[in-house]
Ligand binder design. Structure first.
Ligand code: ADP
Ligand code: ASP
Ligand code: MG
Length: 440
């Protein structure tokens, strides 16, 4: 059995949904198809939630109406028969009725998650009505029946496996399953999600849960590129990555993959392919256990980073000192991305600033603090990087003139990271594209 995940752009227009149908029906292997919300929908739902939480009901109502009109138009184009159109209209109207009811009751975080879940619920239901209209036998599997996170917001593959097996066993002989990416239930049984871009994570978790033959991530670009194509003019796809390399790139900002989406596939050794819905014959990227070569594969950047520098006049690195620092971050469930030390100071970076105030308050007694916001981590990722003597020389030669706040080298063989002000990101990515890949 294989997993095929289609992102927002891949289902964002009726003709794209027709392409998805072609792709999922071109071989006989049983499959679970994971769909995102139509492109733009989750952003719209976030705006609706924001308007509600700030008490601006008129704005929320206006956004709901706009989105509703978009879906009515989509149905009109996607479906051809009155029967299917009526069915889809009834379904979509129910979802918008739900949004309008939320508008009338007092807003809270759990309701916000209900709002965010509407996108994937609507895209999968519309696609299911379409498959039914053309006589394509399939089952719509509700992700909320099997996808779950624990009290620490972590998905547990074995729990998902047990529940998913039950869902699948209820449909013996069926070969095509459609389900929602992104959405899940939390430990309280409420509707929750796997964070923005989480459909990739859903696909990887499902692949691990059923030990799929492959996890195919279908998107709007022909694989993982060597640099961020939104910033750098000339980039090229990377044909092969190891799980370690792909995990570093995803974690350090390559938007094509959700930051956590590699570990489930890696843990169960499921090959992952990154493919382009609009160009299905392009090779894309294959992600397997082993790397195929040594050296640099790609560069990625992660914004929204805060650097915290703790400087002490006493012997900073006396034993137990780092533990005291780390305990503060642990207490507030805030993970540290980069760390550098000197005799008198330690600098760390975080991307989750939810508890920044409390963290800095508790770090204060340990030394003099400096908190610098607006930072970006740029990571150079590849295989056996630390054994390539000339990499650092090439990297820093290309970056002359760019102020670098931190450098992390040697933590793994797959990654060299630098911290720069976000304002220098574009120049840095372009300079590395030239210096490391010879691309302008
Ligand atoms: P989907 O909706 O299919 O999940 P995303 O927008 O989440 O698609 O991810 C695909 C986008 O990721 C691409 O269109 C591209 O702009 C962006 N991207 C950023 N870095 C990379 C990279 N290194 N390689 C490929 N795409 C990247
Ligand atoms: N629809 C969700 C988002 O836009 C999840 C996803 O597309 O992966 O973040
Ligand atoms: Mg995505």
């Amino acid at each position: 059995m294989k997993i095929m995940k289609f992102g927002g752009t891949s289902v964002g227009k009726p003709e794209r949904m027709y392409q998805v149908r072609d792709l999922i029906t071109r071989d006989a292997e049983p499959k679970i198809v994971v769909l995102s919300a139509l492109s733009g929908t989750t952003n719209a739902l976030v705006s609706i939630g924001d308007a509600m939480s700030s008490g601006d009901k008129n704005k929320a109502k206006e956004l709901i109406n706009q989105l509703h009109a978009h879906y009515m138009n989509f149905i009109e184009q996607l479906l051809k028969t009155d029967n299917a159109r009526n069915k889809a209209t009834t379904i979509i109207n129910e979802h918008f009725e739900f949004l309008n009811i939320i508008l009338k009751i007092s807003f809270n975080d759990a309701l916000n998650k209900d709002i965010l879940a509407q996108g994937e619920l609507m895209s999968t239901k519309m696609f299911s009505v379409y498959l039914e209209e053309i006589g394509e036998d399939h089952v719509l599997l509700p992700a909320l029946d099997f996808m779950s996170i624990d009290a620490n917001d972590e998905p547990q593959v074995l729990q998902i496996r047990a529940k998913l097996q039950k869902s699948l066993e209820a449909h013996p002989g069926k070969k095509l399953f459609i389900t929602q990416g992104y959405i899940c239930r939390n430990a309280k049984g409420e509707v929750d999600n796997l964070k923005r871009g989480g459909s990739d994570y859903s696909a990887s978790l499902i692949s691990a849960a059923i030990e799929a033959s492959v996890c195919e991530i279908w998107t709007d670009i022909d694989g993982m590129h060597n640099n961020d194509p939104r910033v750098v003019g000339s980039t090229r796809p990377v044909e092969h990555l190891s799980f370690d390399e792909a995990a570093e790139l995803a974690y350090f900002g390559a938007k094509i993959l959700h930051p956590a989406s590699i570990w489930p596939a890696q843990h169960f050794n499921i090959p992952v392919k990154l493919l382009n819905t609009m160009q299905p014959e392009a090779k894309g990227t294959i992600i397997l256990k082993e790397a195929d070569s040594e050296g640099v594969k790609a560069v990625a950047a992660k914004d929204g980073i805060v650097m915290i520098k703790i400087k002490s006049s006493r012997m900073l690195l006396a034993y137990g000192f780092l533990r005291k620092i780390f305990e503060v971050f642990e207490k507030y469930k805030t993970s540290i991305d980069m760390i550098t030390t000197s005799e008198v100071a330690v600098s760390v970076t975080i991307d989750n600033t939810a508890h920044l105030d409390k963290i800095t308050m508790e770090l204060q007694p340990l030394g003099e603090l400096e908190v610098v916001e607006g930072q970006t981590i740029v990571s150079v990722v590849g295989n056996k990087l630390t054994q390539k003597g000339n990499l650092l020389a090439a990297m820093f030669a290309s970056l002359s003139g760019i102020a670098i706040n931190m450098v992390s080298y040697g933590g793994s063989m797959h990654n060299v990271s630098i911290l720069i002000p976000t304002g220098s990101k574009n120049d840095t990515l372009k300079a590395l594209n030239k210096g490391l890949f010879g691309l302008e």
